[in-house]
Design a protein around this ligand. Structure first.
Ligand code: KDG
Ligand code: MG
Length: 410
């Protein structure tokens, strides 16, 4: 299975996606997702200029060896750009192996450990009324678990909140279309106002929607450890499934302090890239869910190692699945999530119609559960003609400033 061709495809059906396509001499092809939101072209260059030239001619059946060759051989290790590039190669090789074997990738990973993957969607609203409408829309769409993000009185624009009242599934905050433009949008932030407001919102949501619905919340790295501890305590009566990214992820010791004060389950890791980023927080049991994406953590081969490590501590998966993970990256997450024992929940935001035309997929979404389908490989095909209709467009994530102009954590 000699790799004969390696192509990097950039397309922007409502948002930018970077895809690696590998083709073997026998004519088998595989796809890998290398999308790094807001920094897409850095990974394109890493792949085109430094990886493609050394991939062509290699034996594509040697997935682990290729991973080690790209990781150790580069000398420069870790980091989102390197790990997204390696992830794309890894996914594409698993896709090819599945096609060669005539099996879906989850079968190659050991077979299904469950019937499907519980998935959560993103509800949000500036006001309580908008938020409740958004939760109802998600329930009608079949979601059985819901992330709740809310506006805060006094703050005009907050990341993660839909900007209009028609916040139904399919119309989501900045994600589709992405915030395209020459410069990132500025938003405002006030942690004390947020901490005052959020517990009342969860109380209202529990009163309206009952005790059973799994509710999640994303703190987007904005609190200090003591603020996060305070929020965790305040939210305990509302029985959250998790509180995500409560403090900036670089300082892992911060979570010790949060843990001393609250039993709220913690999820972290969407900006982590390797098992080494997780060493301390898994061994010390400072988190309950691993948030990494297959796309940003070196692919199926490496994230599987992270999750096996986590399993020794009863820590579960909560793989990152916003719309900036392409349908190829989502499929990889579904195959991995179906196979491992310690699956927790899968984030699932739903791509746009245009993205679905570019990436034809075999996954199913029924009764709140995802399943990757049984097509050989990952089960995703890329339509080159459709992809060609959507050239790259510069897009950035927004950033925050406090009232006095200080830039705050994202
Ligand atoms: O690219 C960054 C987004 O994917 C991220 O902000 C979304 O926090 C996010 C989430 O939990 O999905
Ligand atoms: Mg998040």
């Amino acid at each position: 299975m000699i790799i004969d061709r390696a192509e990097v495809i950039v397309t922007s059906p409502d948002r930018n996606f970077v895809t690696l396509k590998l083709t073997t001499e026998e004519g088998l092809s595989g796809l890998g997702d290398a999308t790094l939101n807001g920094r897409e072209l850095a990974v394109v260059s890493y792949l085109r200029d430094h990886v493609v030239p050394i991939l062509v001619g290699r034996d594509g059946s040697c997935i682990e060896d290729t991973w080690q060759f790209l990781y150790r051989g580069a000398y420069w290790r870790r980091g989102p750009i390197t790990m997204a590039a390696i992830a794309a190669v890894d996914m594409a090789l698993w896709d090819i192996k599945g096609k060669a074997a005539g099996m879906p990738v989850y079968q190659l990973l050991g077979g299904a450990s469950r019937r499907g993957l519980l998935a959560y969607g993103h509800a949000s609203g500036k006001s309580q009324e908008e938020l409740f409408d958004s939760i109802r829309a998600h329930l009608e769409k079949g979601y059985h678990a819901i992330r709740v993000q809310t506006g805060v009185p006094g703050l005009k624009a907050i990341y993660g909140i839909a900007s209009n009242a028609t916040n139904v599934v399919g119309q989501r905050y900045d994600h589709e279309p992405a915030q395209r433009g020459a410069y990132p949008r500025e938003e405002d932030w006030d942690t004390r106002a947020y901490l005052r407001h959020l517990p009342g919102v969860f109380e209202a949501v529990r009163n309206e929607f009952g005790p059973e619905l799994p509710l999640l919340h994303d703190g987007h790295h904005r609190m200090t450890p003591i603020q996060a501890a305070k929020l965790g305590k305040a939210l305990e009566p509302y029985d959250l499934f998790w509180l995500e990214d409560c403090t900036p992820a670089e300082n892992q010791e911060a979570l010790r302090l949060v843990r001393q004060h609250t039993t709220i389950p913690l999820a972290i890791g969407e900006i982590f890239n390797t098992v080494w980023d997780y060493q301390q927080i898994i061994r010390e049991q400072l988190i309950d869910y691993v948030r990494s994406a297959v796309t940003h953590t070196g692919g199926i081969s490496h994230l599987k190692k992270v999750l096996e490590f986590a399993a020794q501590y009863q820590i579960k998966s909560g793989m990152h699945g916003p719309t900036d993970i392409s349908p190829v990256g989502m499929a990889a997450a579904m195959h991995l999530g179906l196979a491992i024992h310690n699956f927790g929940i899968q984030e699932y935001m739903q791509h746009s119609e245009n993205a679905h035309r570019v990436f034809q997929q075999s996954f199913t979404w029924r009764d709140g559960m995802l399943h990757p389908g049984d097509k050989p490989g990952l089960g995703v095909e890329l339509d080159r003609d459709e992809a060609g209709k959507y050239p790259y467009q510069r897009a950035y994530l927004p950033y925050n400033r406090l009232a006095d102009g200080t830039i705050h954590d994202w």
